[in-house]
Design a binder for this molecule. Structure first.
Ligand SMILES: [Fe+2]
Length: 435
């Protein structure tokens, strides 16, 4: 039996479950590109830290009794709760993108992928839906003018919204022939084989969830921009409007000198490199009919946005993000500074910051509502903090309701050999589900 992990402070006894995180395998010459990590908390103690190599490195989630890991595109990789690889049984035969959006009201998940097309067939977007039991209940296709990089999409109780940017698939970046199977070995590709297409328009597509395959897409024009992640989306009452809060990047304009041979995302991944020379800010988009209204919510730079999963697809008030800044210190290689975390109160557009301290980097904050929590700030934020001076990784538990005003509620010290990356995503699985 493994010894308990050392903890400073007091772990809330209602945090019963497992934090799953995924990311690149990091230094060490692992033969798989990714690694999965699991930290189990039980009865106020940190019971275990497990890690396993993974061929996926972009996202991990829990659905219908399975741990599923995703690369930027491909089939999900399935694992047991002890992180042992299993055969994937989710009824999918086609690749999906790394974000699979859950809707709290019905427990379903919406998955999607962009097919880049062939000489005979145009590119298209495929959108599917798993019900709470894991059955593939809907699948439909939307033809696109060109394959655009779509990393995430917005899902509400009634709508799916996808976002097209001035990007296009690059065969050279993919390193293979279009139409080759994804799993072909020996190609020299980058994780995001899409380049800028300056001057191309921006579009948002709105679909009714669960609609028939031939149902029309409502296309809404958008000033060209790039969205990596959607913080949250919901329907605005009965008005028919959809509200999205998104990480929005500026894009190169037509005529501006840009390297069209380079990937839109740098080699180290989202949040590690500047994108078209800049970083993202949080914007609220309200789509009603054919109109899209944009409001910038704050001027700080953000990434890895999250919200209370129990509000997913419905009304919410609080958002949590990593705060980033452009690093202007030319003596340092890093283009981006990781400053800490932000909490957005979107009812008042009030932003609170938390900084983990010098040499420390906080990764994607994951909210877990307290057992008696009545709102989406009454709970705990889990974030893995890397201390570059100590070379250590710790799991911080922050009280979301006193965010920025108090230090961590508890710090779980992960083993010295643990290697958890800043980038990519994670999820919290309640112990009642994770058996
Ligand atoms: Fe992502």
């Amino acid at each position: 039996m493994n010894p308990l992990l050392p903890v400073d402070g007091v772990l809330p006894p209602d945090l019963q479950g497992t934090l799953l995180r995924i990311g690149p395998s990091g230094a060490g010459g692992a033969d798989q590109p990714g690694a999965l990590h699991a930290v189990e908390l039980r009865d106020g103690t940190a019971v275990s830290y497990l890690t396993s190599p993974s061929s996926a490195d972009a996202n991990v989630f829990w659905h219908a009794g399975k741990v599923l890991a995703l690369a930027e595109t491909g089939l999900p990789q399935q694992f047991s709760r002890l992180l042992e690889p299993e055969e994937f049984g989710g009824g999918l035969r086609v690749p999906v993108a790394s974000h699979v959006r859950r809707v709290a009201a019905d427990g379903s998940r919406v998955l999607f992928g962009v097919e880049r097309g062939t000489e005979q067939a145009p590119p298209y977007l495929r959108i599917g839906e798993w019900d709470a039991a894991g059955a593939l209940t809907h699948s439909r296709q939307v033809d696109l003018e060109r394959a655009t990089w779509q990393h995430d999409l917005a899902v509400t109780e009634r709508h799916v919204v996808f976002i097209e940017s001035p990007t296009t698939f690059s065969e050279a970046l993919y390193g293979g022939e279009v139409g080759e199977p994804e799993e072909d070995e020996g190609r020299d590709s980058v994780p995001v084989p899409f380049r800028w297409e300056p001057g191309a328009p921006g579009w948002v597509g709105v679909l009714a969830r669960g609609g028939a395959g031939d149902q029309a897409v409502r296309w809404v024009r958008l000033d060209p921009c790039l969205v990596t992640h959607v913080l949250h989306a919901h329907d605005d009452g009965d008005s028919g409007a959809v509200v999205l809060d998104v990480c929005r990047y500026e894009v190169p304009e037509a005529g501006q000198p840009v390297d069209l041979s380079a990937s839109v995302i740098g080699p180290e991944g989202i949040g590690m490199n500047l994108v078209a020379g800049g970083l993202a800010v949080l914007e609220r988009w309200r789509i009603e009919g054919e109109r899209l209204e944009r409001t910038q919510l704050d001027d700080r730079c953000v990434e890895y946005p999250t919200s209370d999963p129990t509000c997913a697809g419905g009304p919410y008030r609080y958002g949590y993000t990593v705060e980033l800044a452009r690093n202007d210190d030319r003596s340092v290689d890093d283009e981006v500074d990781h400053i800490g975390l932000l909490r957005f109160d979107l009812a008042r557009v009030d932003v609170t910051a938390w900084n983990p301290g010098p040499h420390r980097t906080a990764s994607e904050p994951l909210f877990v509502r307290a057992v008696d929590g009545r709102s989406d700030d009454e709970g705990w934020l889990l974030t893995v903090v890397h201390d570059a001076a100590q070379g250590s990784n710790d799991l911080y538990v922050l009280d979301a309701s006193s965010f920025g005003r108090r230090g961590p509620q508890a710090v779980v010290h992960l083993p010295a050999w643990s290697s958890l990356p800043f980038r990519s995503h994670g999820t919290w699985v309640d112990a009642a589900l994770y058996r």
